[in-house]
Design a protein around this ligand. Structure first.
Ligand code: GLA
Length: 378
């Protein structure tokens, strides 16, 4: 009898070991892109060290986890068109080639923006402000050249980035003051002319919040009334542990969907550090002073905050999965915590933990929570 029960215990132990190995193996074998394959694309932002192989772990990791790619900076005006007569395509070309080789949906970010755009764009050779006609001409040349260069390769363009202010009015940018309100329409028309097949998006931060949402809805309706092609709205998703409210996000996606828009979360991360309330957005011109108490976790994320982060990601993805017929893509703004801009914005030199992978490319509990959420909502 004793012998039989020993055998039984051994068998159970062996089976349990097998089971644990299978679970461990399946969790390390899964990937975000596979888990959400029936729901939406999963993207990341790619930067120079990653594409040039300076960080040798980056490329295999990106290939495994993601099926969409956005250049973090390489296609912004100041990088791709630094001087009036010089386009610099090399870095963006490498990112696009990497995306194509790996069958990824490539997003162009971004054609027209008030930020990271050199001053010369708005001036003549003597430094005087351009006329409306001259700036439109310059805008057209830029869009036709850049979107034309990537025709058929970039599948969706953030045509205009961050044109709406927090109160829903149009941002007082140089584009607006020199050209007038129709600069947005013109940008979309030029993008369509450059590549009629590409999807065209309006992209912004905080545009899930009611006032800004109303401004973006008006912008979309205005383009639609004029017969201008717009396919989707990007909600950047620079989010926090406590905002935005899930209901607000839910309602904003419904509102965009009712205008026939696809919605994509284009720059997602969840900030875990204390944030001065005046910088609850993503306006990169805003900065706050470093204080030790605003950098509470330089040595690692405490368990209690890790748990909050995990729950927050699961809750946010709960909303996104509910809208899987509208949400076509979720792009994370960075591959792992060490690459996130949130380590240096709005305060330089902090240690943040806003993404799904830690600084050693290890999945965090939030990653496993999302894999579970994907299965649960099948
Ligand atoms: C905005 C822009 C992005 C990037 C982030 C900060 O959200 O759209 O391109 O600059 O700010 O990294």
């Amino acid at each position: 009898m004793k012998k039989r029960s020993n055998l039984f215990t051994q068998k159970i132990a062996a089976l349990t070991a097998l089971l644990i190995a299978a679970v461990a193996c399946s969790s390390s074998d899964t990937s975000l892109k596979d888990a959400f394959a029936e729901d939406f694309l999963i993207g990341t932002a790619m930067n120079e060290p990653q594409v040039h192989g300076t960080d040798p772990e980056a490329q295999p990791f990106i290939i495994k986890q993601f099926n969409s790619l956005t250049a973090e900076n390489a296609m912004k005006w100041e990088r791709i068109h630094p001087d009036p007569n010089r386009y610099h395509f090399a870095l963006a070309d490498s990112i696009v080639a990497f995306g194509q080789q790996n069958d990824m949906f490539i997003v162009g970010h971004c054609l027209i923006w008030h930020s990271q755009t050199p001053d010369w764009v708005f001036q003549d050779s003597l430094g005087n402000p351009l006329t409306r006609e001259a700036l439109l001409e310059r805008m057209k040349d830029h869009i036709l050249t850049v979107a034309g260069h990537y025709k058929g390769k970039v599948k969706g363009w953030d045509v205009v980035n961050e044109a709406v202010d927090e109160d829903g009015s149009l941002r007082k940018s140089k584009w607006l003051s020199i050209i007038g309100e129709d600069y947005i329409q013109k940008a979309f028309e030029y993008a369509y002319e450059a590549d009629p097949e590409a999807e065209l998006y309006y992209n912004d931060y905080n545009n899930e919040l009611p006032q800004k949402l109303a401004g973006v809805e008006a912008l979309v309706k205005n383009l639609q009334q004029k017969g201008v092609k717009i396919d989707g709205v990007g909600i950047q998703g620079h989010w926090h542990l406590d905002s935005p409210d899930l209901k607000v996000l839910d309602e904003s996606i419904t509102a965009y969907a009712s205008l026939g828009m696809k919605v994509m979360i284009t720059e997602m991360e969840v900030n875990v550090l204390p944030t001065p309330p005046e910088v609850y957005g993503a306006d990169i011109s805003q900065q706050a002073a470093y204080l030790e108490k605003l950098n509470p976790y330089p040595g690692g994320l405490p368990d209690s905050v890790q748990k909050q982060l995990t729950k927050r990601y699961a809750d946010l993805f709960g909303v996104l999965l509910k809208h899987r017929n509208t949400v076509t893509r979720v792009t994370f703004w960075g591959v792992h915590d060490g690459y996130s801009w949130k380590n240096d914005w709005p305060i330089i030199g902090r240690t943040n933990y806003p993404l799904l992978f830690d600084r050693s490319y290890q999945p965090k509990p939030a990653y496993f929570a999302l894999i579970r959420e994907a299965k649960r909502q099948k």
